[in-house]
Write a protein of this length. Structure first.
Length: 465
């Protein structure tokens, strides 16, 4: 009798195993049948949901971390946090509004501890909500609901130096090959940027020409790892939820002052702003004046910048200078040739020279200079200064342009480097001075400073399958 009971128990267990096997096979068959034949979309969605719940415990390492709409279809960012390769075999997308759906064979391999992009080709509409499911080769399912508000281009930003970059301004160039021209607003005011998690980024559209298919856009990227890459997203073709706060040069650049509107920064000494004429006057044509526009910090992470401003000197007897000071401990007591911890980039009409200096005495010898005789001719001149510090060699390089012409290109070796520069400390100052001789010294237009490192980061449009 005991043998009979044991036999019946074993038969019961076998029946359960067979039933589970049949049920699993049936579920897998139904799923593939409906996906392949493109019928009963809602039934497929139910099957996908059920299988997703069952597979969740064994599939936690694989996730869809982003869903983006592009002109060629939906792009999914997939992360594999597991320890083995995963082959994504099929993709299923259902429009939550209309119920329409499609399936695609994708066959994308995701390596362990990595991410990749899966493109589901098709025609999808901005503003619609979709349920998206990816099915692996072994039948596991993971899904995501996504409201696709606009189209997206995926950009890869690569740091080319072994130093972390923080809040760095990168230039995005759009040309005729960009696929978004048929979807973007002709004014470009629907453009904005986010990181891959959807956090908005500061940006400024410097130039946008819809007819010639050209655009220049600056984007401030919060962090780019040493010799590493980050991905940012260019959004277009929908509504812009972040303009004007994020779409402004004031939040994008390290310093941006538009003197036709107001002065941002601190005025000191004899400096005066005249809003009626949009002129910031550093000195009158009076003897013994000093005027400053200063900012309490100079660029760091990296230590380096590109600075542009417009100035003129006129009206007196030929002295003294306008200069940009960077990484000085203080502006007080500084002059064109009196540096306190940093470097000065000077436009000196008295000595008829443009100079790069770390002198600490009046009329001190510069590190390098170029002779220029027309600084005080009463004409507005454009100054452009590029400076960067190389932490590997501990050298510093200055390039000074005057009215578009390169006048100074000089590298300071380690023995002459300033400690403030090495530490990324100090101020940013534009100053003007008169001595026994004098001139008006004035600024107008745009004052713009952005961070700089050489070689600069590269920005490329990600090529998707």
């Amino acid at each position: 009798m005991g043998d009979n009971v044991g036999m019946r128990a074993r038969e019961g267990v076998s029946s359960v195993i067979v039933a589970i096997f049949i049920l699993g096979a049936l579920l897998l068959f139904l799923t593939y049948y409906y996906l392949i034949t493109n019928e009963f979309g809602r039934t497929v969605s139910n099957v996908v949901s059920m299988m997703s719940r069952e597979a969740r415990k064994g599939n936690e390492a694989l996730k869809i971390t982003g869903a983006f709409l592009t002109p060629s279809g939906i792009v999914l960012r997939v992360v594999n946090n597991g320890s083995s390769d995963v082959l994504i075999h099929l993709a299923y997308v259902r429009d939550c509004g209309s119920g329409k759906y499609l399936t695609k064979t994708v066959n994308v391999l995701v390596h362990p501890s990595s991410s990749t992009y899966v493109t589901v080709g098709g025609t999808f509409k901005a503003g619609d909500k979709y349920m998206i499911a990816l099915i692996t080769e072994d039948g596991k399912v993971f899904k995501r609901d996504a409201l696709l508000r606009d189209y997206v281009s995926i950009l890869k930003v690569r740091n080319n130096v072994p130093e972390e970059l923080r809040d760095y301004q990168v230039l995005v160039r759009l040309n005729r090959t960009w696929v978004g021209w048929g979807y973007v607003n002709p004014q470009g005011n629907d453009i904005y940027f986010t990181d891959v998690s959807g956090e908005p980024l500061h940006y400024w559209v410097q130039r946008f020409n819809y007819l010639s298919r050209r655009a220049l856009i600056w984007v401030k990227v919060p962090r780019i790892p040493p010799l590493g890459e980050v991905v940012i997203l260019l959004h277009y073709g929908g509504s812009n939820p972040y303009k004007p706060y994020y779409g402004s040069p004031y939040g994008t650049f390290y310093v941006f002052v538009n003197l036709s509107q107001y002065v941002w920064g601190h005025l000191a000494g004899d400096a005066t702003y005249y809003p009626a004429t949009h002129i910031l006057q550093l000195t009158d044509d009076v003897k013994g004046q000093l005027g400053y526009l200063y900012f309490t910090n100079a660029p760091s992470e990296p230590v380096g910048f590109v600075a542009n401003f417009t100035f003129r000197a006129y009206g007196g007897t030929g002295a003294d200078a306008v200069w940009l000071g960077a990484y000085d401990t203080t502006y007080e007591g500084t002059r064109e040739d009196v540096v306190k911890g940093g470097y000065h980039f000077t436009f000196d009409e008295y000595q008829d020279r443009i100079a790069f200096t770390n002198s600490t005495v009046d009329n001190g010898a510069p590190l390098y200079s170029a002779r220029v005789t027309n600084i005080d001719n009463g004409v507005w001149h454009n100054a452009s200064i590029i400076f960067w510090f190389d932490p590997t060699t501990r050298s510093a390089t200055a390039m000074i342009y005057y009215d578009g012409r390169l006048e100074i290109n000089y590298t300071v070796e380690v023995a002459y480097s300033q400690i403030n520069v090495m530490l990324g400390k100090g101020m940013l100052v534009i100053g003007g001075r008169t001595g026994g001789l004098y001139n008006y010294h004035q600024l107008t237009g745009i004052i713009c400073v952005r961070k700089y490192v050489k070689p600069e980061p590269t920005v490329t449009m990600l090529e998707l399958p």
